[in-house]
Design a protein around this ligand. Structure first.
Ligand code: NAP
Length: 292
């Protein structure tokens, strides 16, 4: 058996096209476009690429994109001051502070300083609390993207046994909460879990968000499982170059799973599409309008 590939590109393109359509509606109703401000502290090369890409896609969707770049030695109090100004700015609908932050800045304090109504990363404790209670709010982009992928292939989530490997605030925990809200029976695995292969063998749905290259093997999986690979790991090749791989050993897993996301070309592309969706959602909620 060879699994169906759940490719992120066509799904992300659909989401972005739908957002762009709704942005036109928003503009027609309000006389302005939704605005996303991304704050980057320091010069981390990967973060610079992410921020640039987010800006390009935000503008492509017809929204206003603002990028604020601050030096790596910015004081935490100055960053919090900036966030207070952005919170108060009526033209800013979404605020995203690019992670990781320099070590002298407390990222939890920074996330908590963003107005939850503008928290398009869905990481503010208020939004995380809503999610934990199963109440609709701004959702973290990567797990939201994973749920959309499951929905797209009409995966049977209700009643399914779902295993989430990884319990980060960014991916694993919100993923578990979303699957629970969708009526899956959820198991959360982490570095202290015993016998991961046995846990995988029980799971109809496996979400791998670990950061360990190709850790999950095809032999661990239940035949017909749906596998969503969130991992993005750069590893060296035998030719002295590097390549991206996921947390799942694709070549063995594709033979056992019924559907699987590739890396690259899978979940990664969904994250920014969901960020645009969240920005529009935040803008519409702040303005008290419906775009459906
Ligand atoms: P993270 O904060 O480092 O969390 C990793 C989680 O994996 C932790 O909960 C850790 O357990 C668990 N873990 C580590 N080793 C394990 C093992 N041997 N067995 C079981 N669990 C283990 O990472 P993250 O931010 O969630 O990211 C995970 C991966 O997803 C990374 O590769 C990252 O690059 C990728 N990612 C991709 C996207 C995207 O857009 N596609 C977005 C975000 C992240 P403990 O809690 O016990 O330490």
């Amino acid at each position: 058996m060879s699994a169906i590939l759940i490719e992120g590109k066509p799904i992300a393109l659909d989401i972005r096209a739908e957002v762009a359509e709704k942005v036109k509606l928003f503009q027609a109703k309000l006389g302005r476009a939704p605005g996303l401000t991304v704050v980057l502290v320091g010069e981390d090369p990967a973060s610079q690429v992410y921020v640039r890409n987010k800006g390009i896609l935000t503008r492509e969707a017809g929204m206003v994109s603002d990028e604020i770049r601050l030096p790596a030695d910015t004081a935490q109090s100055d960053l919090l001051g900036l966030l207070a100004k952005l919170n108060a700015d009526p033209l800013v609908d979404g605020i995203l502070v690019q992670m990781p932050l320099p070590p002298h800045i407390d990222s939890q304090a920074v996330v908590a300083a963003i107005d939850p109504a503008k928290d398009v990363d869905g990481l503010h404790p208020v939004n995380a609390g809503y999610l934990a209670q199963g109440i609709e709010a701004l959702l973290p982009c990567t797990p939201k993207g994973c749920m959309i992928m499951l929905d797209r292939i009409k995966a049977q989530v209700a009643g399914a046994s779902a295993l989430v490997i990884g319990r980060s605030i960014l991916v694993g925990r919100p993923m578990g909460a979303l699957l629970l809200s969708a009526n899956a029976t959820v198991t959360m695995a982490h570095s202290r879990s015993r016998d991961l292969p046995a846990l995988c063998a029980q799971a109809d749905i496996v979400i791998a968000a670990v950061g360990k290259p190709e850790m999950v093997r095809g032999e661990w999986l239940k035949r017909g499982a749906v596998v969503i690979d969130v991992g993005i790991n750069r590893i060296p090749t035998s030719e002295g170059k590097t390549k991206l791989v996921g947390d799942v050993h694709f070549a063995s897993a594709v033979e056992v799973a019924s559907a699987i996301t590739p890396v690259p070309g899978g979940v990664g592309l969904m994250t920014t599409a969901c960020l645009l969706q969240n920005t529009l959602q935040a803008a519409a909620a702040r303005e008290g309008i419906s775009l459906s």
